[in-house]
Design a protein around this ligand. Structure first.
Ligand SMILES: Cc1ncc(C[n+]2csc(CCOP(=O)(O)OP(=O)(O)O)c2C)c(N)n1
Ligand SMILES: [Mg+2]
Length: 264
């Protein structure tokens, strides 16, 4: 899984470098979260993407599409040799995940704030169908300024939707600055707890810690779970780490080379 995380980071850098546009910072911060879900936690079958009892994944922070494209390609859902067509006209790998071009996605995302509502709908449908399916949704911390998230949070605990797990990628940076300087969302753990969710505070770059958190979520009945994953935006590339510039700036060819060297 560590080796997979490294490979996914390299793919993120390469595809955004090739596209000359995209969002490296928030893709790199979510690598361990997605690798742990796709390669250890989720019950899914890439050869049967519409299996009714599959677990669902929604990348609510859809601008981090490169990390999702890399794990989906590595899982066998989509062609790995086309990752570097990111953001090109006609590519299935558009700037934000689009179910019209990748039918094995659960939802098109990119308009922030919608993922919790989508996940709760899918989780409720699974409950009605008596399906064991669980739904996982990754949010950004800047995204957590959206009111719709908290409407969903109220709904999830009131209706005891215990087959849904929210993971907040708490990298402390949003589009053009630090969350605390724009509109602080802390204390995130206390907020989710106050909204009635079983809440777990975890190192979002530790695969064992994430595995333990997902297991704890699965064992929690009668209550949905929120995992607050403490992360570093741009994780793994020194000049991108904790640097708001690399929210939405592609690395230059020289920076791609440097980043890939660091990731070796
Ligand atoms: C509704 C909506 N408003 C604004 C944007 C533009 N936008 C894209 S990314 C972003 C910042 C998101 O920050 P955060 O949720 O912290 O993401 P991360 O740090 O994980 O990249 C914004 C404002 C959007 N995609 N959707
Ligand atoms: Mg952020």
């Amino acid at each position: 899984m560590q080796a997979m995380a490294k490979r996914v980071r390299c793919e993120i850098i390469e595809m955004i470098g090739a596209a000359k546009s995209g969002h490296p910072g928030g893709s790199l911060s979510a690598v361990e979260i997605l690798v742990t879900l796709y390669f250890d936690v989720m019950r899914h079958d890439p050869s049967n993407p519409k299996w009714p009892d599959r677990d669902r994944f929604i990348l609510s922070k859809g601008h981090a599409a490169p990390v999702l494209y890399a794990v989906m390609a590595e899982s066998g859902y989509t062609p790995i040799d086309q990752l570097n067509t990111l953001r090109k006209l006609g590519s299935i790998y558009q700037g934000h995940p689009d179910i019209r071009f990748i039918p094995s996605l659960e939802a098109s995302t990119g308009s922030l704030g919608e993922g919790v509502s989508l996940a709760l709908g899918m989780a409720l449908a699974a409950r009605l169908n008596k399906s064991p399916s669980r739904t996982y949704v990754v949010l950004g911390d800047g995204e957590s300024q959206e009111g719709q998230i908290w409407e969903g949070a109220m709904f999830g605990s009131y209706h005891r939707v215990d087959n849904v797990v929210v993971i907040v990628d708490h990298n402390r940076i949003q589009l053009d600055g630090f969350v605390k300087d724009i509109m602080e969302v802390e204390p995130l753990v206390d907020k989710w707890r106050a909204f009635g969710w079983h809440t777990i505070d975890v190192d979002g770059h530790s695969i064992p810690a994430l595995q333990a958190a997902f297991a704890e979520a699965a064992a929690t009945k009668g209550q949905p779970t929120a995992i607050i994953a403490q992360t570093i935006k741009g994780k793994g590339v020194s000049f991108m780490e904790n640097n708001p510039k690399f929210h939405g700036t592609a690395p230059t060819p020289e920076e791609v080379k440097l980043a890939l060297q660091e990731l070796q």
